[in-house]
Write a protein that binds this ligand. Structure first.
Ligand code: ADP
Length: 917
């Protein structure tokens, strides 16, 4: 009797036109509950995609019936197995050939000797590569310094030929239309993500891929990750938008609404856990760790610099400062990318009532060639109970542009003390590596390159990485308790949630790692071939590891029915221990099974953990490991295995009428039992260290080229500008959307000039404008008090450019709300306006904005018509930079901003200067 899932498959109109779906589907046969999609980076390469589609046209359609029958048999086996054992079948376990195809990772024991001995050399394997100038994945909106020399190279397809047989024309049969991404101006950017640009082959979709046939969908919410979109599209996933919650994967840039989490079906995945802000908000993270310091002892949780949350803990800060003098680093509580950070020597330099997190500044950081650096490592949590944590084998090392000098006079300099890319990229000395192989060039290195570099200097990199693993585990343990209780309340299925965290770690010169913060939705923006390589591999491995179920909508409905039965029975199973009689019954049925005492839920957890581990790619599982109970057992509740950070509420939170389970204990016992009945997992300490130190190997070069720039014709620009000026003189107006768009493109040109050809005067104007404008873009205090500081011009330009960049990011996002859907009477027609924009240069944009403001007497690029407290429009002088000089006087000084300028000598002195010369 076929299962309902298999009926769904056989009855469905889907016919699979590839012979070896194992290349794209793993962990179970298509139609089984375990079957998930495989993601690979090689098909990001247009040449490889081309090879695939050529192959597919050459192949004869396979007998799909065979496939269906196989799936039916497989599902039957699977179901029998599920009721009798928790062990994945050898077929499913990926220990066989399928795993081979998925992992490009060579383990030490598989490695030949020379590989192992020479892993400190940059590459484990030199691959055949050839040049190509193919299109890029994306770029971060900035052109690499030497991007013209970029060599996008791809691996010969023979290296990892994907042996799938795709039939030619079945995309028509599926009748599925992909929904093209439609973002007109900029991306919705939240959390840490940097804005990205779009590239031409954006809508390229893998119509021949299994995911496309299965109609597997993804949804973005308040995020826009070009790289991820590309990965989804080439693998055949389709985007759903709006209110449609019929997605397989929801990727959000923000924390999720609980009603979405509550209603997740078992095949749906989301990229966050509820309440994970306990880890990702700076103030919450420090509080959670501080609690563990009190509860478990400082020596075990000395992983963060001493920290205070202001204004509540202002007094404690002063007391601490009197014990051990500063400096202190001041950060807004819920901010990222270095926004609003400044360093002070003493707490009295922090404005009163500043809401911020203040940490002891680590004055002796590890430096590379004299430059301060910090680490971004990627941590994947697939479950909090049991705790399953992976660390990605490769990370990013970010270097400050200016050489480190701990003298107090330099504390103002963000390009010396902060390593954020989003700050340093504006410094004219910032260097990007232009080749993915150059992992130790410029101001961004890979983690493995750093480890190799340190090893050459006889540093104990093994201990460093073990300490980093320990720091990660402890940080997660410190925050897990309330996330677990939220999961129990809101997450309907154990596999629904996963989360990738960006851990920022500073290493001091004694090689002790310090946790600075944990980022929600770490940036997937790419600005160089190196970035592209690391992040593409990371995302492909992440998606494969967490497992996007390979279900078509037809299969889903059957699965849903089945799941509701499964869930109610599993809940009942949870409610009681298997009774002695049940055990006997079971054992009679199963024979000498090894997991007699496991409940159905425990079997599912164990099975999932094993399957997931087999799909881990470049992820290194750091919890559980063979010694994790020995090392961290003390921090877990002995009865239920939950990491406890608040002993007084533990009984209320976790005492439930149902049985006490201890999933951590259970998983560890089953994965690492020494009784020889089961194969032990192989993520030994030596394996893990080896993996961190080797260079990331890609099976195919992942192309990256600079952001395509449109050639502008100066003459045409001048002509179109005349047309526009004439229209404005004749009474036509820019729509608010057009005005805002013109203004943002104009400011972008100014931003480019600030970084390429800094002009002191223009920096002051921009600073004044931004300061008056206020809002979320607020110059950091060090810039508000720099009257007496002789600021090095390059660093100041970088800082002003960074502030303007932040402003533009918000501004462009807001502009999306003004998009015109049709031409309005009396307004400039969109066709004429778009033509003008195509060739407009800074001076053309400035001329249009100037005339428009003078003629209309309104400033639609800053205020909408019904806005309150709109200042009178100042007369704009014509001529070069007249508009720029008038900019600050277009903004009224509100109460708050006047307050800021009060202690701002910089602006005071500037105020005295005449704006209009
Ligand atoms: P953000 O979320 O804005 O990136 P971070 O906490 O990551 O804030 O800090 C930004 C930068 O400041 C880091 O790259 C690091 O170089 C530096 N930094 C942060 N905290 C400290 C500290 N306690 N000691 C020394 N440097 C620090």
């Amino acid at each position: 009797m076929p299962s309902s899932l298999c009926e769904a498959l056989t009855n469905s109109s889907i016919s699979f036109d590839y012979q070896k779906e194992d290349d794209w589907i793993t962990s179970g046969k298509l139609g089984s509950r375990e079957a998930v999609l495989v993601f690979r980076t090689n098909i990001l390469n247009p040449k490889i995609r081309k090879t695939l589609s050529e192959k597919s046209s050459a192949q004869v359609l396979t007998d799909t019936k065979d496939n269906e029958e196989e799936a039916v048999q497989c599902q039957e086996k699977l179901e029998q197995k599920e009721s009798t054992s928790s062990e994945p079948s050898s077929k499913d376990s990926l220990s066989g050939s399928t795993q081979h195809k998925i992992f490009l990772l060579k383990k030490p024991q598989q490695c030949d000797k020379s590989d192992k001995l020479t892993f400190s050399s940059p590459f484990k394997k030199i691959l055949n590569r050839y040049s190509s100038s193919d299109t890029s994945i994306s770029s971060e909106g900035e052109e690499p310094a030497s991007s013209s020399e970029n060599k996008s190279r791809v691996l010969k397809t023979s290296q990892n030929t994907i042996n799938i047989k795709l039939a030619a024309d079945l995309s028509k049969e599926s009748g599925y239309e992909s929904i093209a991404p439609a973002k007109s101006i900029s991306n919705t950017v939240v959390s840490e993500e940097d804005p990205e640009v779009t590239s031409e082959d954006d809508d390229e979709s893998g119509t021949n891929m299994p995911a496309s046939k299965l109609k597997i969908t993804y949804k973005f919410h308040q995020t826009e990750t070009k790289l991820l979109r590309k990965l989804f599209n080439v693998h055949g996933l389709t985007e759903v938008q709006g209110e449609n919650n019929n997605f397989n994967l929801l990727w959000t840039g923000v924390h999720m609404k609980l009603d979405i989490v509550r209603n997740l079906a078992p095949y749906q995945r989301v990229n966050h856990f509820p309440r994970s802000y306990e880890m990702t908000r700076k103030d919450r993270l420090y509080k959670n760790i501080e609690r563990m310091q009190h509860l478990r002892g400082m020596k075990h949780f000395d992983i963060v610099p001493q920290t205070f949350v202001l204004p509540i803990e202002s007094r404690d800060l002063v007391v601490a400062h009197n014990k051990h003098r500063g400096p202190w680093i001041v950060k807004p509580a819920a901010s990222s990318r270095g926004r609003g950070i400044f360093i002070v020597n003493s707490p009295d330099q922090i404005p009163q009532d500043e809401q911020a997190v203040v940490s002891k500044y680590i004055v002796d950081p590890l430096c590379i060639d004299g430059h301060k650096c910090d680490l971004r490592v990627y941590v994947l949590v697939t479950s909090f109970d049991p705790l399953i944590i992976y660390l990605y084998e490769e990370g990013i090392v970010r270097l400050a542009t200016v050489k480190y000098d701990r003298h107090a006079d330099n504390l103002w300099n963000p390009c010396m003390h902060l390593c954020n890319y989003s700050i340093n990229k504006y410094h004219s000395d910032y260097i990007r590596s232009s080749d993915a192989q150059d992992e130790d060039v410029g101001h961004k290195w890979t983690l493995s390159a750093l480890l190799r570099h340190l090893k050459l200097q006889s540093c104990d990199t093994r201990q460093l990485m073990l300490n980093i693993e320990d720091l990660i585990i402890k940080a997660v343990l410190a925050c897990a308790q309330s996330i677990i209780s939220a999961c129990r309340m809101f997450v309907p299925n154990g596999n629904n949630c996963f989360e990738l965290y960006g851990f920022d770690i500073l290493i001091d010169n004694a090689l002790k790692p310090w946790l600075l913060e944990i980022n929600l939705s770490p940036s997937m923006g790419v600005d160089s071939p190196l970035d592209t390589k690391v992040k593409s591999c990371l995302m492909a491995d992440l998606l494969t590891c967490v497992g996007i179920p390979a279900y078509s909508p037809e299969m889903r409905s059957h699965y849903d029915q089945k799941w509701s039965r499964f869930r109610s029975s599993s809940c009942q199973r949870q409610a009681t221990f298997p009774s002695a009689s049940q055990k006997t019954k079971k054992s009679k049925k199963k024979g000498p099974a090894i997991n007699l005492n496991l409940t159905g839920e425990e079997q599912r957890i164990l099975r999932n953990a094993r399957l997931q581990y087999s799909r881990r790619g470049g992820f290194v599982r750091i919890f559980p490991t063979d010694d994790s109970m020995q090392r961290y057992g003390n921090f877990l509740d002995s009865a239920n295995g939950i990491p406890i950070s608040t002993p007084n509420v533990q009984s209320q939170t976790f005492q439930t009428p149902i049985i006490q389970h201890n999933y951590n204990q259970m998983l560890h016992q089953n994965l690492y039992s020494k009784d020889g009945r089961q194969k032990q997992e192989d993520n030994s300490e030596a394996d893990r260290i080896w993996q961190y130190e080797r260079a990331l190997e890609t099976d195919s070069e992942i192309p990256f080229v600079k952001k395509p720039t449109v050639e502008k014709c100066e003459v045409e620009g001048r002509r179109l500008r005349k047309v526009m000026l004439k229209k404005i003189s004749n009474g036509s107006e820019l729509t608010p959307f057009q005005a805002r768009q013109t203004f943002s493109i104009y400011l972008e040109s100014v931003l480019r000039r600030l970084t390429e050809d800094p002009k002191d005067n223009h920096e002051k104007i921009i600073l004044k404008f931004l300061n008056k404008f206020g809002g979320s873009v607020k110059p950091p205090v060090m810039f508000r008090n720099m009257q007496n500081i002789k600021v090095a011009s390059k660093a100041r330009s970088a800082m002003v450019a960074k502030l303007l960049g932040d402003f533009l990011e918000n501004y462009k996002r807001d502009t999306e709300a003004y998009v015109d859907s049709f031409d309005h009477f009396g307004m400039i027609p969109s066709s004429a306006y778009n033509q003008f924009l195509m060739h407009a240069q800074e001076s053309d944009l400035e001329a249009v904005l100037t005339l428009h403001t003078n003629v209309t007497g309104i400033m639609p690029f800053l205020y909408n018509r019904c806005g309150l407290s709109v200042p009178p429009t100042p007369p704009i002088p014509s001529g070069l930079h007249g508009f720029l000089r008038a900019l600050p006087s277009m903004v009224s000084s509100t109460g708050i901003n006047r307050e800021l300028s009060k202690y701002d000598g910089y602006f005071k002195s500037f105020d005295k200067e005449k704006i209009f010369l």
